[in-house]
Structure formats: C-alpha cells, structure tokens
Design a protein around this ligand. Structure first.
Ligand code: HEM
Length: 615
C-alpha cells in the first residue's frame, strides 16, 4: 500500500507545485524558462545522456545540444525536479553579483559535497561563509601573493625533475609534475611544511611499446596509479646510468608493489593523499551530475569514505601538531584568547598576520576546532592547488599546439627578464603577452567550468530578447551556469571564439567584446564570492611560466606516451569547434584536467642554466 502511495503523493506534489509556479510566474509578469523535452518519462534519457557526456565525452557534451535547441537559459527538468541552467552573462551576473543575496550554495550542494568539503568556504553560506572568508582574506595581500622565494624554490625543483627525466629520453607527464609542484608549494604556503612530492621523481610513461602496462592498483583507492614504472627488462629506454637519487625521501616508504627503478621514482603518503583527494573530487562531481538521484547510487555506502580516510590520515596529524603548538603558546601567555562554541577565539585581530606565519598558524589563532580547520585547509587546497595546476597544464598544452605563440612569449620573457634571472613583480606586471596567454587559456579551459547556486526566493531573469517577458525562476531551485560554454560563445567573443589567440586580450577585440561586457569572462567568478586567490594565482602562474621558458625553448605533445584510453576518440575530428582539434581529453571533476595526463617532450634552451637561479 505504502509503495503505491509514495509515487501518488509525489505525483500530486508535482502537479500542485507546477500549478502554483505557473500562477506565481504570471503574477510576476514572467514566463517559465524553456523545459528540455526528453523521450523517456521524467526525462530519464536526458539524465543518462548528461552522465554519459560527463563520463565519456567532452566537457560540454549533452548541454551544448540542449542550449542550441532551447536557448541560453533552459530548465533541465529531470525526474520532475527543476534545474535552471544558463550560459547567459546577464543571468550569471544576476546570480553572482547584482542579486547575490538571493542565491546560496544551498542545502543540496552542501549535502552532496559534505563528505569532501565539510563546511569550508566553498560550500558554506551566511555567517559561516563570512567567517571562513574573513579568516583567510588577510593571506592574500600583495606581500603575501609575491612570496617569490617559495615560487623560486619549487619551480627550481620542478625544472630539475623535468630536465632529469627528459634527458633520460623519456616523455614527461607535465600535469603530474605540476600537480606535485602545486602540492609542494601549497603545503608550504598552508602548513609551512613542504611534503616534497617532487623529490620522489616524476613517473615514467605507462604506455607500450616499449613500455609495460599500467602498474598495480593504488592500495588506498583501488584505482590505477596515474603512471607506472617501466621495468628494465622490458624497455630499451632504461633509466639513465646517472640515475638521480632524490635529495630526500620525505614522503615515507615507497610503494612495495611497484617494480622498476625505485631509486628514481617513489610513492608515499603525499602521493596517496593526492590520489585519494582526486578520487574523492571525482566521486563528488559525479554526485553533482546525478542531481538528487545520487544517494540511490550510494545505497551500499558513501563512496568517498575510503579516499577521505586517506586524506584525513594525511592532514589530521599536521593539524593536531599546529593546535598543540598554539595551546603551548597560549600556556606561555602568547596570543591568549577565549574560545566560543564553534572554537572561534575572540581576542585575535583577524587581519593581523605575522611575517612568517603560515595560513594554518593564522587559523589556529582563531579556532581550535579540528573539523573547522580541516575543512578550511582542504577547501583552500582544492581552491588553490588544482586550479593553478589546471591552468599551467592547459597553457603548456596550448604552447605545444601553437608554437608561434610560444616563440612570441619567449621573446617577451627574454626581453623583459633575460635568460636566467629571477623575475620581479614589476616585470611580471609589464608582460602583456604573458598575461594574454594566461587569460586566453583561462577563457578556453577555465579550471572551474561549471558551477551551481540555489535560489532563495522566486525571482526573474532577463530574457535574451528584450521584447520578450523575463524568465521566472522558482524559489529553492538549483541554478547552474557554465563559464566554459559562455567563454566559447561566438556571439559574445566574435566569430573566431573557438580559436586560441591571446591577441584578443590585447588588440581591438578587447574593446569590441570584453571591455563592453566584463561578465563574459569569469574564470575567477565575480561578486562577493570572487576567488580570493586570483592575484596569487596570476603571480604564481606567471613566475613559473617565466622560469620554465627560460629553460625550455619548445614543447611537443608525446602521443606515444599518452595512455591509449586518454587519446581523444577519432570521431571527435568530425566535431565542430575545439572538440574537433583537441589532442588531449579535457575532463572535469570539480575542476578541469587532462584525462590520462599531458605527456610532452620539451627541448632545452641553448645557454639556459647559466646565471642567477640556474637549475
Ligand atoms: C587559476 C587559478 C584559479 C582559478 C581559475 C580559481 C577560480 C575560482 C572560482 C571560479 C571560485 C568560485 C567558486 C564558487 O564560488 O563556487 C574560486 C573561489 C575561491 N578561490 Fe580560487 N581560483 C584559482 C586559484 C586560487 C588560489 C591560488 C587560491 C588560494 C590559494 C584560491 C582561493 C579561493 C577561495 C578561498 C575561494 C572561495 C571564495 C568564496 O567562496 O568566498 N583560488 N576560485
């Protein structure tokens, strides 16, 4: 009886809600956004198509066809639940800026991402969000964002590791290398304690011939390692006889299952952490794509539990140590403070940051709540690490695809900074072409391609056609938007929007398109929740690119080393736009990445390595 009653109650609720909303829309002088029409009941076919696009397609597969058919604002109604999706800058501006107070991350987003993000800055609202943001903001002043000693140390490590592997005749996975680089610099920036993930060496290609197949599954996640070692017996490309021994084995024991030149590439807790964190992000992104149905797919248990245990085992001891240090300080009368019910302290000047203070030191002065601290640190790690790594990965990819752009970029680097000197803040600011290359990459490959909010009260959005009634947006409804798709619209960026051309951020096109409407370019979001690390990211990316291209003169894709499963399918060549020209597979979990890595060979620049900061 109950089984029969439940769908009936749901059906009645759907009919009543729909009637109420039609009445409310009419009262507001608005019309409903167009609703996608699938072929199966409840648009289940549509849901499956979107999930298939997410798992096996190009980032906008599924959505692009719908937008083309129904317009730039559309209701993806699946299983009778509304989800308003937009790629219209006017509506995105409304969500993020002009009507900011009417949108929250919301309970659904919070519930879906809780096992990954906790109640950190990314998925909190109201007072908790303000608290997180104000705790972290003082860390992004100009002094802090130009911590060039940190950038220098880690980019020198990165370049050394790249050269070492390339000189051995191997291709390198630049994405893996840069994720190690950002993990090292983020852990130093956040904890004051670098995990030295670069020091264990870069992985070898896993493809054959002449390489053997992928190694054993990762012990903590059950997934394959991103790459594995070749065994000496199977490959003529044996490791170089001058096999480099990492300066420190800082990340603990190596993976006992792996075979090969272990003295040249090791795995340990930092890799376990990074791999597990990535897996948890992927699972969370799949939940977001499945809408309210995701708990049905996890009836047997929380799929993120296992990887998040690995993540916890890595960060919790670091947090405990920081809390103990702070307790000791309080005992000694330094930074004494009272603590409220969520562990917040009240006698600390939140804007005051000591010169050598790390973000964690700063945070433990304000709260001793270990959960709050863990959430904040992991949120910043996702915010800062993966996004910066994605940008650098897709810049290197673009430099391999467009050698003339790289040549011009190198000319600018050599003219402003020289072949081996460390760049200064002012030199970075003057390098217009460098900034244009970064922006063009952020336009075509924005690290956060899709995002979501939830409306609080019923409201309206402008229609793209001013002669038509505005769209009615129901209350408590998910409103999703894609800057990935907006950044590629030819009506907003011009007929050549699908081409990679940094000059559009310099020449007449800047005035024609972007200056007229800055909301067409939102890689860092906008409004009160705009990215806190924007300046930090531009500076770190610029610094790292300058250092890389002082040392390397060219980049070429290495399709022989790219794992076969990650090569774009041949049928993509028929697609129009960028999908048709792609030579790596951009995919999205919470952020964008190159599926299977970005395998490249790079040629060292003549004369590089001499002078200041030589590697
Ligand atoms: C190219 C690099 C980066 C890109 C493209 C980027 C992009 C974004 C985007 C789109 C958001 C909004 C997310 C949302 O509201 O749902 C965001 C928020 C944020 N970002 Fe970044 N980010 C980058 C680098 C960084 C770095 C390096 C840091 C810090 C080290 C950082 C810290 C943050 C924080 C704390 C927020 C949350 C702001 C809030 O909700 O109030 N980001 N970022």
């Amino acid at each position: 009886m109950l089984l029969l009653a439940t769908p009936l109650i749901h059906a009645v609720r759907v009919v009543v809600t729909s009637f109420r909303r039609r009445r409310e829309a009419a009262a507001m002088g608005a019309r409903p956004a167009p609703v996608t029409q699938g072929n199966w009941i409840g648009n289940v076919d549509l849901l499956l198509k979107l999930l298939d696009g997410f798992l096996h397609g190009y980032p906008s597969d599924g959505q692009d066809v719908i937008v083309e058919k129904f317009g730039t604002t559309v209701n993806f109604r699946v299983l009778w639940e509304d989800l308003i999706f937009t790629v219209d800058p006017e509506n995105i501006k409304t969500i993020l800026s002009t009507d900011f107070n009417n949108y929250v991350k919301g309970e659904t987003f919070g519930f879906t991402t809780a096992s990954l993000l906790g109640s950190g800055v990314f998925n909190s609202d109201g007072e908790m969000w303000k608290f997180h943001r104000s705790m972290t903001r003082p860390f992004f002043t100009r002094d802090r964002v130009s911590d060039f000693d940190n950038f220098e140390k880690h980019s020198a490590d990165l370049i050394e590791q790249m050269k070492h592997r390339l000189r051995g005749g191997y291709a390198i996975d630049f994405q893996d290398a840069i994720l190690r680089f950002t993990l090292d610099s983020a852990t130093e920036f956040l904890f004051g304690n670098c995990v030295h993930s670069l020091a264990t060496g870069l992985p070898y290609p896993s493809t054959g011939p002449p390489y053997p197949s992928t190694g054993p599954p990762h012990p903590s996640t059950g997934l394959p390692y991103p790459s594995s070692y070749p065994s000496d017996a199977q490959t003529p490309l044996a490791p170089p006889s001058d096999a480099h021994t990492p300066p420190t084995r800082a990340m603990g024991p190596t993976n006992a299952n792996a075979s090969g030149p272990a003295e040249d590439f090791a795995t340990g807790p930092a890799e376990d952490f990074a791999q597990a964190f990535q897996t948890a992000q992927h699972l969370t992104a799949a939940r977001l794509r499945s809408g309210w149905t995701w708990p049905l797919l996890e009836l047997l248990g929380d799929k993120t539990a296992r990887p998040m245990r690995v993540v916890g085992a890595f960060v919790e001891p670091i947090l405990r140590e920081a809390i103990d240090r702070q307790r000791q300080r309080v005992k000694e009368g330094i930074n004494a403070s009272k603590t409220d019910e969520v562990g917040r302290t009240d006698e600390v000047d939140k804007d005051e940051v000591g010169e050598d203070e790390t973000l964690l030191d700063h945070l433990v002065r304000q709260t001793s709540d270990p959960v709050l601290l863990k959430d904040e640190i992991l949120n910043i790690m996702i915010a800062g690490r993966d996004t910066t790594a994605a940008t650098l990965t897709f810049i290197i990819y673009s430099m391999a695809m467009y050698p003339a752009v790289l040549q011009r970029l190198r000319e600018e680097i050599l003219a402003h900074v020289g072949p081996s000197q460390r760049p200064t803040y002012d030199q970075i600011r003057e390098m217009k072409y460098l900034r244009a290359v970064i922006n063009e990459t952020l336009r075509l490959y924005p690290p956060v391609p899709f995002n979501i909010r939830e409306s609080i009260n019923a409201t309206t959005w402008k229609s793209p056609n001013p002669l038509e009634k505005p769209f009615y947006i129901p209350p408590k409804t998910p409103t999703s938007y894609s800057v990935f798709m907006m950044h590629r619209r030819t009506d907003l960026w011009g007929p050549d929007a699908m081409e990679f051309d940094p000059d559009r951020f310099i020449d007449h096109r800047l005035k024609t398109y972007l200056s007229k409407n800055p909301f067409i370019f939102l890689p860092f979001n906008a409004g009160p929740r705009i990215c806190l690390g924007q300046q930090f990211a531009y500076t770190q990316i610029s610094y790292t690119l300058i250092r890389i291209f002082q040392h390397f003169a060219s980049v070429a894709l290495a399709p022989d080393a790219q794992p076969p499963y990650s090569v774009p399918p041949p049928e993509w060549k028929e697609a129009h736009g960028r999908k048709g020209v792609e030579r790596v597979w951009p995919k999205v979990h919470l952020t964008m990445y190159a599926h299977g890595g970005l395998w490249v060979r790079m040629e060292e620049a003549a004369g590089a390595g001499a002078g200041e900061g030589a590697v």
